[in-house]
Design a protein around this ligand. Structure first.
Ligand code: OGA
Ligand code: MN
Length: 278
C-alpha cells in the first residue's frame, strides 16, 4: 500500500490495494489515520460488489441508512444509490443529490463520521465532485471572527434542503419529516479524534443561526462563501472504479452538473455513524 498526498490541505491517494481482499489491521490503521489527517482518501481502479463495499465500510464503524428508502439496495440497505438512470419507469437512485455544499447527514443529531462513494458509471464530462477542507477554512478566518462564531449554532434542516433541492418532487411525508427533525450544531466543531477545529456550515441545509434573524443569515452567507473559497477546495474528476472516502467532520462537498439526458451516472454510497458535534 502506498499513500500520496493530493493537495497540501486535503486528500490522499491510496494505491497498491485491492479492496476486495480483507485489509490487514496495520494497513487499516494507516488508512484510518490518513482519513483523520487528510480528510479525503481516493482508491482508484476498484471492482467492488455491494458486499465488498459494505464490508470495507463497516471497518470504519456501524453504518447508517438513508431516510429516502426507495433509493436503498434491497439486499444491502446500507447502500444508497445516486443516479439519473430510470429503469422500468422507476429511478434507480436519487438524482441531483448533493448539488449544494454540505456535509453528509448534518441534519441528524449524530451526523455521519464519513461517507464512502463508489463510482460504477460516470459521464465522460461533468459530474465532478468538489471537496473543501473545513479545517483550512476555519484556520483562515481572522481571530476576531473565530472568536465570535465559537459560541454560535447553525440550524440544520433536511426538510429545508429537500424543499429547495427537490421542489419539483412529491414533498416529504409526515413520517419522513418526523424522522429528520431540525437540529442545531455548533458553527465550529472539534474533530473528536485530532482535536482540530473546523467550520461546520452548509448551503440550503443550514437554514439559519440559532437565536439570530437577518443578521444571522448574512453571517451564514458570509461563512458559506468563505468556506468554499478555491484555496480550500479540490475537484475530483471521477473514473469508474474510484472509491472516495471523506471525513464529514472536517469537510464539505458539492456535486457539479452533467448532461443527464446524454450520459448515465451510477454511484453507490455508504455512510458511517458518527457522534454529536461539539
Ligand atoms: C454524496 C454526494 C456528490 C456527487 O454522495 O454524499 O453528495 O457528486 N455526492 O455525487
Ligand atoms: Mn453528500
Amino acid at each position: 500500500m502506498e499513500l500520496r498526498t493530493i493537495t497540501p490541505f486535503i486528500g490522499m491517494e491510496v494505491g497498491g490495494i485491492d479492496l476486495r481482499e480483507p485489509v490487514g489491521d496495520a494497513d487499516f490503521a494507516l488508512i484510518r489515520h490518513a482519513l483523520n489527517t487528510h480528510a479525503l482518501l481516493l482508491f482508484r481502479g476498484q471492482t467492488l460488489t455491494e458486499a465488498d463495499h459494505v464490508g470495507f465500510s463497516r471497518r470504519f464503524g456501524p453504518l447508517l441508512t438513508h431516510v429516502l428508502k426507495q433509493f436503498l439496495k434491497p439486499d444491502f440497505p446500507e447502500v444508497y444509490v445516486l443516479s439519473n438512470v430510470v429503469d422500468g419507469g422507476k429511478p434507480i437512485g436519487n438524482h441531483k443529490e448533493g448539488w449544494n455544499w454540505h456535509s453528509d447527514l448534518s441534519y441528524k443529531a449524530e451526523p455521519c463520521l464519513g461517507s464512502l462513494l463508489y463510482a460504477l458509471e460516470t459521464p465522460p464530462e461533468g459530474a465532478d465532485t468538489l471537496f473543501a477542507s473545513m479545517h483550512a477554512a476555519y484556520e483562515a478566518l481572522d481571530g476576531e471572527t473565530q472568536k465570535r462564531i465559537r459560541s454560535l449554532k447553525g440550524v440544520h434542516s433536511y426538510a429545508t434542503y429537500y424543499g429547495k433541492a427537490f421542489a419539483d418532487r412529491t414533498p416529504l411525508s409526515d413520517a419522513q419529516r418526523e424522522a429528520v427533525p431540525d437540529i442545531s450544531h455548533p458553527l465550529v466543531r472539534t474533530h473528536p479524534e485530532t482535536g482540530r477545529l473546523s467550520l461546520y456550515v452548509g448551503q440550503d441545509v443550514v437554514r439559519g443561526i440559532e437565536g439570530m434573524a437577518e443578521e444571522g443569515d448574512a453571517l451564514l452567507a458570509e461563512l458559506n462563501a468563505h468556506a468554499i473559497d478555491p484555496r480550500f477546495t479540490y475537484r475530483h474528476v471521477w473514473q469508474p472504479g474510484d472509491l472516495l472516502i471523506w471525513d464529514n467532520r472536517s469537510t464539505m462537498h458539492c456535486a457539479t452538473p452533467y448532461d443527464d439526458e446524454k450520459y448515465r451516472r451510477v454511484m453507490h454510497r455508504t455512510t458511517v455513524a458518527g457522534d454529536r458535534p461539539f
